[in-house]
Design a protein around this ligand. Sequence first.
Ligand code: NAP
Length: 274
Amino acid sequence: MIDAKTKLCCLIGNPVEHSMSPAIHNVGYKTLGLNYAYLAFKVLNLKPAIQGIKALGIRGVSVTLPHKVEVLKYLDKIDSKAKEIGAVNTIVNANGILKGYNSDCLGAIKALKEKTNIAGKKVVLLGAGGAARAIAVGLKVQKANITILNRTVSKAKKLVQLIKLGKFGGLDKLQLIKSADILINATSVGMYPRINITTVPKKFLHPKLIVFDIVYNPKETRLIKEAKSISCKTIYGYKMLLYQAITQFELFTGYKAPVEIMEKTLIKSLERKN
Ligand code: NAP
């Protein structure tokens, strides 16, 4: 029930109409009987929106595109990992002090750790955009042996320079996957509506490879299907999305999130999308 004591959390970004975050967070509040509500706001002008968080006492905010980088300059404190990534997707308002975090990084690492140890593993990370940057910092903390391959090689080089670790190259180096332990697709290739494409020719996959595709729509991408067909362990992109939301839920409420119902709600929302 919404009343005068309800604590508000929200998503800010543009666009936000298709976001699954309100459904996932609200079902969590309902399940635990918390007097919280979560809404989505389309935000074109970031600065007044951030001032509004303080002015209205909004408890927690998820930040999505295009604001994840610009938001840093309006915050009072920034978690060290988010600072290194250079992007914030989570803001916690503690008595008027706004602190930024990056739950994409934590979500990706949790999804990986469910299936494998990461330390010392040879990881090929495809992509060098915002999501790849969050994952690369997480992999570094976990002491992985990292190779970053990207269509635009200069961006892969820049990312390796940022994390001060690993090798880089273009998509002409995909044969390196043959000797890798873990493959992560952090490009947008395979995402709805162009679902029948993959960056990785099947001949480079091998049964001992763990394949994590962070694309979550569709739930099962072509890369995941091909990896499964040769018995690789696979990790769905929706798991990263779920775990980053769980991190936010716990930061916003201080309660352990009801993971199972939040996962079911996310999968249902995904199935309704296409
Ligand atoms: P981004 O910053 O725009 O980066 C896009 C990346 O994809 C770049 O590395 C880009 O390479 C590469 N790319 C795009 N089209 C390509 C093509 N045709 N061939 C080869 N490479 C191509 O996007 P992002 O925010 O990192 O997101 C990337 C994907 O991850 C999206 O599908 C997004 O939905 C998904 N994502 C999932 C989660 C989750 O929780 N599961 C979280 C965040 C993002 P260039 O540098 O050469 O352009």
